[in-house]
Design a binder for this molecule. Structure first.
Ligand SMILES: *[C@@H]1O[C@H](CO)[C@@H](O)[C@H](O)[C@H]1NC(C)=O
Ligand SMILES: *[C@@H]1O[C@H](CO)[C@@H](O)[C@H](O)[C@H]1NC(C)=O
Ligand SMILES: *[C@@H]1O[C@H](CO)[C@@H](O)[C@H](O)[C@H]1NC(C)=O
Ligand SMILES: *[C@@H]1O[C@H](CO)[C@@H](O)[C@H](O)[C@H]1NC(C)=O
Length: 319
């Protein structure tokens, strides 16, 4: 419990006798935040998972999955997950001005677009909304939420192209958009993302096409997953990419390009990346000898099979 809340409760308890009953249930969190959260709960069909959000309860100490800043008494984090929450996200979600983490996960009946009111959440650092049924585009206004560090909208039904403005978010370290219905190309602007601890970009299982932009060669990538963009039906939805021309950061930990139209040779530098934990180029059009060394030594044929003419360990010897 936040220290300020405890203090307030002690105060309340000590003054209890002199207060009429309604004063005890006075919200200790900011009344505006309490009002917004109650409206949010109602709009989402009163999900049972947040039954503790009652008008009578002390929303500072008794509401589950809500976190307050001890100094300001303002709501900084909300989590509605694994819930029977239903319906589109209401505009009131933007009326939590101090919110830094918004988590609405694994609630399959949460539908509709990301509402424009989200643009008001100027303090948002983490937007975590995977495995709902969100539709519509990834809105360009996310590019104005300059404090965003983490975006996870995977396993929804989001469509259209990734807006270029996302590539300008100064602190973004993770862009997890796998398993949606996104179209368009991978943006040159994503190659501009700069984060001191490395970038995690996951775009697999969408309908993205075209070349991987050269700017990706300058990323400090800790993870990248561009696999399976064609599994959604149309075989033209694949990345065309000459792997011979790729530049990889020394920090690369994961590279999954499986099921695309990647051609050329595997550059010898890849065999020098000791931190490479996961590498998969299966189901592409690669050719030539597989370099040996670094993280590549650990791999099996299943990370290289179904290519045009790749050869050598762990595949058959080159002719
Ligand atoms: C979602 O809605 C359907 C249809 O109303 C219902 O059968 C299902 O139980 C709901 N799922 C959850 C997780 O609440
Ligand atoms: C994003 O959400 C997915 C899908 O549920 C989850 O499995 C994954 O751990 C999250 N990814 C990251 C990097 O946090
Ligand atoms: C790149 O990311 C790694 C972590 O993945 C970090 O240790 C390293 O300092 C970063 N390098 C640069 C130049 O930002
Ligand atoms: C690499 O991708 C192929 C094709 O999707 C898959 O069969 C294989 O299991 C993957 N390997 C690993 C280690 O994930």
């Amino acid at each position: 419990m936040a220290p300020l809340c405890r203090l307030r409760i002690l105060l309340l308890l000590s003054l209890l006798s002199s207060f009429p009953w309604p004063a005890v249930s006075d919200p200790l969190c900011h009344p505006d935040d309490k009002r917004s959260l109650l409206q949010l709960k109602k709009a989402l069909g009163d999900p049972y998972t947040i039954f503790t959000w009652s008008v009578a309860a002390d929303c500072c100490s008794d509401w589950a999955d809500v976190t307050y800043d001890a100094h300001t008494g303002r709501v900084v984090s909300v989590d509605i997950s694994n819930s029977e929450a239903a319906g589109p996200l209401p505009e009131v979600i933007g009326d939590l001005p101090y919110l830094s983490q918004l988590t609405i996960r694994e609630s399959p009946n949460v539908t509709g677009p990301l509402p424009p009111a989200l643009a008001k959440l100027a303090n948002l650092r983490m937007l975590w909304m995977d495995r709902n049924s969100l539709t519509g585009p990834i809105p360009a206004f996310l590019g104005r939420l300059a404090k965003l560090e983490y975006i996870n909208l995977s396993f929804n039904k989001l469509s259209s192209a990734v807006p270029p403005a996302v590539g300008d978010l100064p602190r973004l370290g993770a862009l997890i958009l796998e398993m949606n219905q996104l179209t368009g190309t991978i943006l040159e602007s994503l190659g501009r993302l700069r984060n001191p601890v490395g970038i995690d970009i996951r775009l697999s299982g969408n309908r993205l096409t075209g070349p991987v932009p050269p700017s990706f060669g300058n990323l400090n990538i800790s993870q990248i997953d561009l696999s399976r963009n064609q599994l959604t039906g149309d075989p033209s939805n694949q990345f065309e990419f000459d792997l011979s021309k790729a530049k990889f950061s020394a920090n690369l930990g994961k590279l999954d390009l499986s099921h695309n139209r990647v051609y050329g040779k595997i550059p010898p530098e890849v065999a020098m990346l000791d931190g490479l934990m996961h590498f998969n180029v299966s189901y592409n059009s690669l050719c030539g000898k597989i370099p040996r060394g670094g993280g590549l030594k650990r791999l099996t044929k299943y990370e290289f099979f179904h290519n045009k003419c790749l050869c050598s360990t762990p595949l058959a010897p080159c002719k």
